[in-house]
Design a protein around this ligand. Structure first.
Ligand code: C5P
Length: 401
């Protein structure tokens, strides 16, 4: 019953596979979903509005304005949707989506979207193979959209190959699985989770900084997983190439440790769980040169001063928060981690050792040990996504005690 009552907004673009959407609309309505269809002007050549509006039981729109001069509000359509499906998605519509070429109602609605976006591409095989299509699909994936890949089969051109839109049954299954998954694991709903992630950059002059190799992957994986579990996530990240798309994640980008400190304590009172996974620079230059430092001398001395310890201050200011820290150690790992647990007044600490292959900075995997005051648990080497699940499972066990 995952689709019962769900608002599915279908955007049809101008490909021959548009006729198959009539079947999909029928199946979605039968599954209990409410369906709103929008079309690009070109799609009207392939399938009739009358068929689609009869099946969806709603008027179908393809223009910003109605014949009577009324405005078809794209923002309202976007906000109404629990999921947006662009199918068939032509090379042209895909390109407009990823480059923000907002010249029709479908693209304007897509660009106002707050809900997840599913894309079912459909095009002739050479267009599907073209580097621009490949790149655009990769970009769409980077935006966090779900691609429902085209299938191999006979194409309208008579050619046989990859490019045929996924069958309506396959698209229905994807939507069904998404909503099923979304309903399943809501173990953190009602909770607010603050996560620090990434490195910090400490400016030396207008062009240079002191930083570290943290990629932010661990913190972003934690944020995604907590959001999936229904938490509201405040993700405070230093400079990192990672992106977060879940609608439960509010992302605050900062540069330096001082900025991270300020942002953390702007939010700290209202959080239930705080996880400090950022690799915060311990020191920052005492002075930031206003002009670029010239290489006149053979040596350069920069005086560094200690940065605030954000996590330690969180420990001192703790009232009701469940506080989790990270320790990246190279020697006496367990001892040092336990020391930090106590000194920083934490409820839990996650240890990763640089001695373990596959653990630590810039890796997609991590191998952790978790310590609380009375417990200790070791985990195997896993992807950072899986590690995020282990960490949050442990947190949930602790807060339910
Ligand atoms: O003391 P150490 O830097 O090893 O502690 C690591 C933990 O403390 C991590 O959770 C890190 O995010 C946090 N930390 C912090 N602010 C600092 C230094 C570390 O929040 N200035």
């Amino acid at each position: 019953m995952a689709l019962e009552g769900k608002h599915v907004l279908i955007c049809i673009s101008g490909g021959i596979a548009a006729y198959k959407i009539t079947l999909l609309v029928r199946m979605l309505v039968k599954s209990g979903a409410e369906v709103q269809v929008l079309m690009t002007p070109a799609a009207e050549n392939f399938v009739s509005k009358l068929t689609l509006s009869t099946l969806s039981k709603r008027a179908v729109y393809s223009d910003f304005y109605g014949a009577d001069g009324t405005w078809n509000n794209h923002v309202e359509f976007a906000l109404w949707a629990d999921a947006i499906l662009v199918a068939p998605c032509t090379a042209n519509t895909l390109a407009k989506m990823v480059h923000g070429i907002c010249d029709n109602l479908v693209i304007a609605t897509y660009m106002s979207a707050k809900s997840p976006v599913f894309i079912a591409p459909a095009m002739d095989l050479d267009m599907y193979r073209h580097p621009s299509t490949k790149q655009n699909l990769e970009m769409a994936e980077d935006f966090g959209h779900f691609i429902i890949p085209a299938e191999i089969g006979e194409l309208a051109s008579g050619l046989v190959g990859e490019g045929r839109m996924a069958e309506p049954e396959a698209i229905l299954e994807k939507l069904h699985d998404y909503f099923g998954e979304a309903e399943k694991d809501k173990s953190l709903s009602g909770k607010t989770v603050l996560i620090t992630a990434g490195p910090t950059y400490e400016a030396l002059d207008p062009v240079r900084f002191i930083g570290n190799h943290s990629s932010g992957k661990m913190g972003f994986s934690l944020a995604e997983e907590a959001a999936k579990r229904g938490a509201k996530v405040i993700l405070i990240s230093g400079p990192s190439a990672q992106t977060a798309h879940h609608q439960n994640i509010e992302i605050h980008r900062v540069m330096s440790a001082k900025e991270m400190y300020a942002e953390v304590f702007r939010n700290y009172d209202r959080v239930d769980i705080a996880i400090a996974s950022a690799a915060v620079a311990d020191y920052a230059p005492k002075e930031i040169a206003t002009e670029k430092i010239k290489k006149n001398d053979d040596s350069l001395t920069v005086e560094l001063v200690k940065n605030p310890d954000i996590l330690k201050t969180m420990g001192e200011k703790k009232t009701h928060q469940f506080l989790v820290g990270f320790a990246l150690e190279t020697q006496n790992e367990a001892e040092n981690a336990k020391g930090k647990l106590k000194n920083k007044n934490l409820d839990m600490i996650v240890l990763n050792s640089l001695r373990d292959e596959g653990a630590g900075f810039q890796q997609d995997t991590n191998k952790i040990r978790i310590f609380t005051k009375n417990e200790e648990k070791s985990f195997l080497l896993k992807s950072k996504r899986e590690v995020a699940k282990d960490i949050l499972n442990f947190v949930e066990e602790q807060i339910s005690k």
